[in-house]
Design a protein around this ligand. Structure first.
Ligand code: RVK
Ligand code: MG
Ligand code: MG
Length: 313
């Protein structure tokens, strides 16, 4: 396919940001409403004629990518500092995530907040939506990938199902980053081998059976990791050669559209590379202080870090 590793790093981060920003326009809308507005994915993509702004998904991904580019691994203190430095609440955060980051900001015991704000901690998709850079950096080492994905989750998501959602997205990104010719059966068997719980295993097994766009909806469109991670993975596996179909098909499911498209877009971008994202979509991604150019540059820094450290791993 001739896609360089650096292009895949850029495709992953930009694919995530564009999916998040486009999906963010339709967050919490119903599938019925979206289907009335847009007859197909093309009409949804053509709808983008002005600047699109990303949400917390990209903002927290930027924080993780910054830590990995600077340190080559997830370190708790720099990660919490990066979450705080990148925190703009108006971008839209999960209720629990907001409480934890504000505790970090105020120097309170944020670990206790993360353990207690929901029973057993959060199983929201907030750890999965931001984990893609871990998949890029640790693509060559499954054990380290699972550990680092967990470390990247823990500040806000201590529930095992939230952590596992992040591990599965990191594994999906790692797999496709190393793949030139997509093999659906091998992809799902690789991911199933990374499952820890019966819940995620059953959901992923259902995702592996999805062969038509119409079957995606039954996997879920919710804010919980279990209701969105398998859906995003299945959407990519349905249309591995099309970034727009991969993000468009999950946006048209309604619900947690920004996060579904962020996760699906990260996987698709890591497989197809930056050239796989239509230039007219990328051009409309916000060009703020940490907008398109910053994200492209961050992907380069991440790539350089990977090249330096992969030799020693
Ligand atoms: C606004 C019961 C639980 C739970 C538990 C539910 C942004 C809660 C992004 C909670 C993403 C929600 C999303 C999200 C990411 C989680 N018991 N309910 N143990 N654990 N929930 O607050 O970062 O959009 O309803 O930790 O995972 O675009 O409010 O945040 O769509 O899941 O938020 O979990 O959210 P949080 P998050
Ligand atoms: Mg969001
Ligand atoms: Mg969301």
């Amino acid at each position: 396919m001739g896609v360089s590793l650096e292009q895949r790093f850029q495709g992953c981060l930009c694919g995530l940001a564009v999916g998040d920003a486009l999906g963010g326009r339709f967050e919490a809308q119903s599938a019925e409403h979206l289907r009335q507005r847009f007859s197909n994915v093309d009409s949804l993509i053509n709808y983008v004629t002005d600047e699109i702004w990303y949400t917390d998904d990209t903002q927290m991904t930027i924080a993780i990518a910054e830590v990995l580019a600077d340190h080559g691994e997830i370190l708790e203190e720099p990660l919490c500092a990066a979450f705080v430095a990148n925190y703009v609440p108006s971008r839209g955060y999960g209720r629990g995530a907001r409480m934890v980051i504000e505790a970090m900001e105020d120097g309170e015991d944020h670990r206790a907040v993360a353990r207690k704000h929901f029973p057993g901690g959060s199983y929201g998709n907030g750890a999965a939506m931001r984990v893609a850079p871990v998949g890029l950096i640790f693509q060559g080492n499954s054990e380290e990938l699972l550990k680092q994905a967990e470390f990247s989750s823990l500040p806000t998501h201590v529930h095992p199902l939230g952590i596992e959602g992040a591990q599965l997205i990191a594994a999906a990104v790692a797999y496709v980053t190393k793949t030139t010719s997509f093999d659906r059966a091998d992809f799902f068997s690789y991911l199933l081998s990374h499952c820890q719980s019966e819940d995620h295993r059953a959901k992923l097994a259902a995702a592996a059976k999805v062969e038509l766009v119409e079957q995606l909806a039954k996997l879920g469109n919710g804010i919980e990791a279990l209701e969105s991670v398998p859906t995003a993975i299945a959407s990519f596996a349905l249309t591995p050669d099309s970034y727009t179909e991969t993000i468009g098909n999950v946006i048209l499911l309604g619900g947690d559209t920004d996060t579904l498209a962020a996760m699906a877009g990260a996987i698709s971008g890591a497989y197809l590379g930056i050239e796989g994202i239509p230039a007219r979509l990328l051009k409309h991604l916000e060009e703020s202080a940490k907008g398109r150019s910053y994200i492209m540059d961050l992907a380069k820094r991440l790539f350089q870090r990977h090249q330096e450290t992969s030799v020693s791993r």
